[in-house]
Design a protein around this ligand. Structure first.
Ligand SMILES: [Ca+2]
Length: 162
């Protein structure tokens, strides 16, 4: 009986624990990736980001945190629009690019539905632009982000004097 239990335990380790450990090892962030331009930050954010509602991941309706260190190490992160925007802002600020958060309403989706994206001043041309998890195709100017969009009543959070 004892011997059988040991065999079962060993088989369980081989079948379940070993593959999980191997998977975690292969996904473990290792190198610091270069993130000094807005293009590099944009690319790294969308490679790293997995959209998951806060209520599913954290058990609360709203959780706001940064995943900048994870992105710098080449890892992935799960969050929603605010975690994406906060991470974007922090990556920009850490390389000296003025960046802040913009909160908007999306009344066409649902009354009171809030969205957040990251705004920054592009050091290449001095134009205010945005990186937005709902717009993975590229970097837009702030003007084009709001123009003709479903975003209403923007509130800029932490915008530095430019
Ligand atoms: Ca969040």
């Amino acid at each position: 009986m004892m011997k059988r239990s040991i065999t079962v335990a060993i088989v369980a380790v081989i079948l379940f624990v070993a593959p999980i450990a191997a998977a975690q090892q292969s996904r473990a962030p290792t190198a610091i990736i270069p993130l000094s331009t807005v293009e590099e930050i944009h690319g790294a954010l969308f490679r790293a980001y997995i959209s998951v509602p806060d209520i599913v991941q954290y058990g609360v309706w709203d959780d706001q945190r940064s995943h900048a260190d994870t992105v710098r190490k080449g890892g992935t992160f799960k969050d929603d629009c605010d975690g994406f925007a906060i991470t974007c802002r922090d990556l920009m600020l850490s390389v000296g690019i003025p960046a802040w958060l913009v909160q908007v309403e999306m009344p066409r989706i649902s009354d009171g539905y809030q969205h957040m994206f990251c705004a920054f001043r592009d050091p290449e041309d001095g134009i205010i632009k945005t990186i937005d998890d709902l717009y993975p195709r590229g970097i837009r100017t702030y003007q084009n982000t709001l123009k003709g969009s479903m975003y209403r009543n923007p509130i800029e959070i932490g915008r530095p004097p430019l």
